[in-house]
Every structure is written in structure tokens, then in C-alpha cells.
Write a protein that binds this ligand. Structure first.
Ligand code: COS
Length: 387
């Protein structure tokens, strides 16, 4: 249910203040220590930030998509690692349960995910299955009333922090594609689950990924998301969750871009060369203007897609357009930000080079740019066949 205008305004104001006053000063420290301070995690919990998208009945804020993207615009205005910690509980780590879970599963997990007491994580990718997610090989073999899982998941965001995993595994061994995949909800302390070493990433230090190994992990059939009736239906759950996640990532990219544009503008007004602020030079202005126009266009497309989603219009194509355009856009904006900062843009002290590395991931995770192109074009062709 949509919040009333005053409550929404208050929430957005609070998030903005939290980002500006608490998170931004910590950016260098989080990158240096590769960790988000515990007191900040506590503050995020108290503000309800882990439960933005979880319905109120289960203890979340139950924001509409339009409201959620407004929050994401604001969270985007700081290092992406902060948003990443909250990101899975609001997106891929909870939405499988929200969309397809049984009432019992929702009642059991969602309140703890909404409060941040539990971190949820999404185990889809494997060493041999990234873009071709349907080809995954982690096996869930039926054994009486149970399933026994074996396999390894790769690059799993927030796995080191996670208390619960949404795990996609092949339940029909006669298939090799998206059919025969089932989604399970599995507690992280289930015997047989172990974690690999932390991945050494290009950026987004403070956000953690690693392998998750499943070694004869036994779970009851009631761990199937949606219950046994959804056996072999898990791939669709994954796709629906990713559709939603892609729109959220688009919104985060808008926030990051707007932050970088402001930083670049401030620097350009301050930095003098040839006797005047570099902001007076038309070649600098061209970069600022291109970044502004592209970020504005992206903000509009994200807001429009969120409105459509709230109106229950299918947005698979539009969400992919947002992910594709927003992530490529923020890459260009970060590149221009480095350029406007000149030598300072290449030096760690100014933080711009850190954002340049951080934003590179947006074009890869939750579906690469090429996968978004493929989704968009396939949907276009499918629709055209119905003309
Ligand atoms: N919503 C609901 N159902 C969907 C869907 C969506 N957005 N997209 C596909 N499906 C359904 C299809 O309708 C199909 O069901 P039927 O067999 O009943 O018709 C089933 O899922 C399989 O779909 P499809 O044939 O399109 O699957 P493909 O194997 O061709 O894969 C892509 C499609 C490439 C789009 C998919 O594998 C993908 O998104 N890959 C990227 C994965 C990713 O984002 N990984 C990031 C890591 S996770 S953070």
C-alpha cells in the first residue's frame, strides 16, 4: 500500500540525511577496511532499510515500486557497498518468498529479513552457468520426502553475512535447461553448507561475495519455495525476482550518477586553469551537460517503469531497458567524472576513481548488458509475432 505523502516525504528526508551525514563520511574507511561498521548496520536496521520492499503484514515498509525507486535514488548517492548490504533483503534475497513463497515460509522468514536480523542471499550463478542461468548443474536429488543438494554457487552477494539462501537447483536430472529447476529456501547453518574465501573484487569493497558449497545438504520438500506444487518452477521465480531487481539497480545507478555529476560540477567550479574555473570551458561543459541529460533521461525511465509496475502492467522489457541504459549511463558518467577531475580523478584521495571501479559491476550483475539486450529484443520479437 502506498504511504501517505507526508510519511513518504519524511522517509525520503530521513534516508537523505542518513546518506549525507552518516554514510558519505565513511566511504574511504569502508573501502579501506572492506567492511561496513556494525553501528551503521544497526542504524540501517532501526531505519527499516532492510524491509523497504517487504509487505507491512510481514514487518516491512511495503513500499510501492515508485516509492522504492525514490529511496534507491537517495541510497545511490554514496558508495554502492552500503546499498549492497540492504540490497539482497529488499530484492533477490527476499522477493522469491514474497512472490512465490507459501504463507508459512513468508511468516517464518520475512519479518526477520525486514528487520535485518537475517540477511538473505540469492544462489543462482555457478562456475559454468552465468548468463545461461537455466543450465545450472547444482543438483537437488529427491530422497524420500527430502531433497539432497550438491553443487557450488559462485559470486554470491552477501553470502558471508547470510542467514538464509534462496537456492536454485536441478530437480529433474533429465533436463539441461530452465525446465527442471526448483527454488529452495535454506538456512545458512544447514549441515553441508560451507563458504569459499572472499572474492577479491575490482571494486565495491565493503560488499562481499564468495562461493557457497552444498555438500549433501538435506532439506525437506517444504523448503521448496511455494511448496512441492512448485517443483521444477524455480526458474520462473528467478526471472520474476530479477525483473524487479533490474529496475531497482537502474534507480541506484541514477543516484550514483547524480552524485558524481554534483562532485564533478563542484570540482569544475573550484578548479582554476588558464586563469578561470574549468567549468567556464565549453569542453568541460559538454561533459557536464551530457552527464546531466543522460542521468535525467534515466531517472524518467525508471520512474515511468516503476509507475507501470505499480499499475500491474508487465515491465519485463522496460525493466531490462532501465538496467541496460542506467548501468551503461553511469559508466559513462563515472568516466567523465574522472576526466573532469583530471589527475585528481586518478588518485584515491578524491574517491572518484573508487566510484569508477564500483560502477563497473552494475553492467555485469543481475544480468549483463548483453542479457538485457537479449531480453528486450526477444520480447519485441515475441510481441511482433502477435501483430
Ligand atoms: N518472468 C516470468 N517468467 C519468465 C521470465 C520472466 N521475466 N523470463 C522467462 N520466463 C519463463 C519463460 O516463460 C519460460 O517458461 P515456459 O517454459 O513455461 O515458457 C521459462 O521461464 C524459461 O525462459 P526462457 O526460455 O526465456 O529461458 P532461457 O534459458 O532462454 O534464458 C535468459 C533466458 C537468458 C533471459 C535468462 O537465463 C537470464 O536472465 N540470464 C541471466 C541471469 C542473470 O541475470 N544472472 C545474474 C546473476 S543472479 S544476481
Amino acid at each position: 500500500m502506498a504511504l501517505d505523502a507526508d510519511t513518504l516525504e519524511q522517509l525520503l528526508e530521513t534516508v537523505s540525511r542518513f546518506v549525507e551525514e552518516r554514510l558519505r563520511p565513511l566511504e574511504p574507511r569502508v573501502a579501506e577496511e572492506d567492511a561496513i561498521p556494525a553501528e551503521i548496520v544497526g542504524e540501517m536496521r532501526r531505519l527499516g532499510l532492510f524491509g523497504l520492499s517487504i509487505p507491512e503484514d510481514y514487518g516491512g515498509l511495503g513500499l510501492t515500486m515508485s516509492e522504492e525507486v525514490q529511496v534507491a535514488f537517495r541510497l545511490g548517492r554514496t558508495s554502492p557497498a552500503f546499498r549492497s548490504l540492504l540490497g539482497t533483503n529488499n530484492g533477490i534475497g527476499s522477493q522469491g518468498l514474497v512472490m512465490d513463497g507459501t504463507e508459512e515460509q513468508r511468516r517464518h522468514y520475512l519479518p526477520k529479513l525486514a528487520s535485518g536480523e537475517l540477511i538473505g542471499s540469492f544462489c543462482l550463478t555457478e562456475a559454468g552457468s552465468g548468463s545461461d542461468a537455466g543450465s545450472l548443474r547444482t543438483a537437488a536429488k529427491a530422497d524420500g520426502d527430502d531433497f539432497v543438494l550438491n553443487g557450488t554457487k559462485r559470486y554470491i552477494t552477501n553470502a558471508p553475512e547470510a542467514g538464509v539462501f534462496t537456492v536454485f537447483a536441478r530437480t529433474d536430472p533429465d533436463t539441461r535447461d530452465a525446465r527442471g529447476v526448483t527454488a529452495f529456501v535454506i538456512d545458512a547453518d544447514t549441515p553441508g553448507i560451507s563458504l569459499g574465501a572472499l572474492d577479491k573484487k575490482m571494486g565495491q569493497r565493503g560488499a562481499h561475495t564468495c562461493d557457497v558449497n552444498f555438500d549433501d545438504v538435506r532439506v525437506p520438500a517444504s523448503a521448496i519455495i511455494g511448496g512441492p506444487a512448485r517443483l521444477n518452477q524455480g526458474f520462473k521465480t528467478a526471472m520474476k525476482v530479477l525483473d524487479r531487481g533490474r529496475l531497482h539497480i537502474g534507480a541506484v545507478c541514477v543516484g550514483v550518477a547524480e552524485r558524481l555529476i554534483e562532485d564533478s560540477l563542484r570540482y569544475a567550479l573550484d578548479r582554476e586553469q588558464f586563469g578561470q574555473p574549468i567549468a567556464e570551458f565549453q569542453l568541460i561543459q559538454a561533459m557536464l551537460a551530457d552527464s546531466k541529460a543522460e542521468a535525467y533521461a534515466t531517472r524518467c525511465m525508471v520512474e515511468e517503469t516503476a509507475r507501470r509496475k505499480d499499475a500491474e502492467i508487465p515491465v519485463s522489457t522496460e525493466a531490462a531497458c532501465c538496467k541496460l541504459y542506467a548501468t551503461e549511463m553511469v559508466g559513462r558518467v563515472a568516466d567523465r567524472a574522472v576526466q573532469i577531475h583530471g589527475g585528481a580523478g586518478y588518485i584515491a584521495d578524491y574517491g572518484v576513481e573508487r566510484f569508477y571501479r564500483d560502477v563497473r559491476l552494475f553492467r555485469i550483475y543481475e544480468g549483463t548488458s548483453q542479457i538485457q539486450q537479449l531480453v528486450i529484443a526477444r520480447n519485441m520479437i515475441r510481441e511482433a509475432r502477435n501483430w
